[in-house]
Design a protein around this ligand. Structure first.
Ligand code: SF4
Ligand code: SF4
Length: 199
């Protein structure tokens, strides 16, 4: 199985072949159980990889992540960029002819990667992910300006994406002040429930 290379790296990084090692099905079983998805039905048609809008930035296309899981290549799965580049847009899940919820699998893989202390291939994306969760927990919705502010504070990366942020402000896509949903207790309960189940 070969990695897809981001376009700008094509000339520098040789294609890498991964040989299936001794099969270890522990991660496979855990992902199946926690995502409620039986991906044994996957027949590698690649519709998910072809439709994914972020595949060029990934080191493995989404269908290959399932294959790595089936091969028992846990480290390659938990340390790959793909699971962090995935934006959870659900395009893959809606296009899969076998109704496999690949977006749900990616979610669970991110959680397990954090829980197991795996080397995070895109640490900045993890920081961003945590800020989004924290905003959801606080307000029941994502307050984009607050997320961006806390993310910048954490990463000290002040000027990247500045032009995008300004354009969003001008177009009034960023609310200055956060607003909280009415049923915030239900959101809080969801977080408590997750902590109970994962703890
Ligand atoms: S679209 Fe579904 S069946 Fe096809 S490769 Fe992706 S997960 Fe497998
Ligand atoms: S959910 Fe993730 S893997 Fe699936 S299409 Fe969207 S970005 Fe790609």
């Amino acid at each position: 199985m070969s990695r897809t290379q981001p376009q700008e790296e094509e000339t520098d990084v040789p294609m890498q072949t991964i040989m299936p090692g001794e099969r270890n099905r522990v991660l496979l079983a855990e992902v199946k159980k926690r995502s409620g998805t039986d991906f044994n039905r996957c027949f590698q048609c690649r519709a998910c990889g072809n439709g994914c809008p972020f595949v060029q930035a990934m080191d493995y296309p989404p269908n290959a992540v399932l294959r790595l899981l089936q091969y028992g290549l846990d480290r390659e799965v938990l340390e790959c960029k793909t699971i962090w580049v995935c934006a959870g847009c659900h395009t893959c899940s809606s296009q899969c002819p076998m109704a496999i919820d690949l977006a749900g699998v990616m979610d669970i893989l991110r959680l397990i990667a954090v829980e197991r202390g795996a080397a995070i291939a895109k640490p900045n994306i993890l920081d961003f992910h945590e800020e989004v969760l924290s905003s959801l927990k606080r307000y029941g919705r994502a307050h984009k300006l607050g997320i961006m502010w806390h993310y910048k504070l954490k990463t000290r990366n002040w000027f990247s994406d500045m032009d995008t942020g300004l354009k969003m402000l001008v177009k009034r896509k960023l609310e200055l002040l956060p607003s909280r949903v009415k049923a915030i207790e239900e959101i809080t309960d969801l977080f408590k429930c997750y902590r109970r189940e994962s703890g």
